[in-house]
Ligand binder design. Structure first.
Ligand code: AR6
Length: 174
């Protein structure tokens, strides 16, 4: 498995799988989720609605992942995963790690050769970027998977730097 970092917009990635930082409703939202639905077109939402009706009436649980078409995006599939909202009182790292493990598992089931991840939970859900990056890189490295090309697509220079540090094993001091 090769891990690479890209600064940019995840909707432009031509990876087999693009991971969406969704919410449990699967009905869209802001951030990555909004961009994916906006640029991928209505086929993605239509399939999300079918998945809700067939399997996830109560919502897709936090830490799980499920695949749909990528609609008009260059990717072949979207894997929707629900990150945990960051909490100062409770350690939810294991749920965030689960998002990466489950997304890799679904990508393997699909036979994907490449996968692009955003920084799950590090936007609307409030996760500190350095910690989100450490969990993301650490989990992907520790997960056996057939998918050979794993990309993290970071929107901002700060996010890119946080992932660079995590990849090099040099977190911020303190
Ligand atoms: N490409 C790559 N990264 C992006 C893009 C993009 N097009 N847009 C934003 N980011 P977020 P979350 C970065 O909020 O924290 C939605 O409303 C962003 O700067 O997308 O898991 C859902 O419906 C941040 O670093 O996801 C949920 O309700 C990172 O992607 C909720 O937000 C993740 O930010 C999920 O929140």
């Amino acid at each position: 498995m090769r891990i690479t970092l890209v600064q940019g917009d995840i909707t432009e990635q031509d990876a087999d799988v693009v991971v969406n930082a969704a919410n449990s409703s699967l009905l869209g939202g802001g951030g990555v989720d909004g961009a994916i639905h906006r640029r991928g077109g209505p086929a993605i939402l239509a399939e999300c609605r079918r998945l809700r009706a067939s399997h996830y009436g109560g919502g897709l649980p936090t830490g799980q992942a499920v695949a749909t078409t990528a609609g008009e995006l260059p990717a072949r599939w979207i894997v929707h995963t629900v990150g945990p909202v960051h909490s100062a009182e409770e350690d939810r790292s294991e749920l965030l790690a689960s998002c990466y493990r489950e997304s890799l598992r679904v990508a393997d089931e699909l036979g994907a050769a490449s996968i692009a991840f955003p920084a799950v939970s590090a936007g609307v859900y409030g996760w500190p970027m350095d910690d989100a990056a450490r969990i993301a890189i650490g989990t992907v490295r520790a997960t056996p998977a057939r998918v050979a090309d794993v990309r993290f697509v970071l929107f901002s220079p700060d996010a890119y730097t946080a992932f660079e540090n995590a990849l090099a094993g040099t977190g911020p001091a303190g």
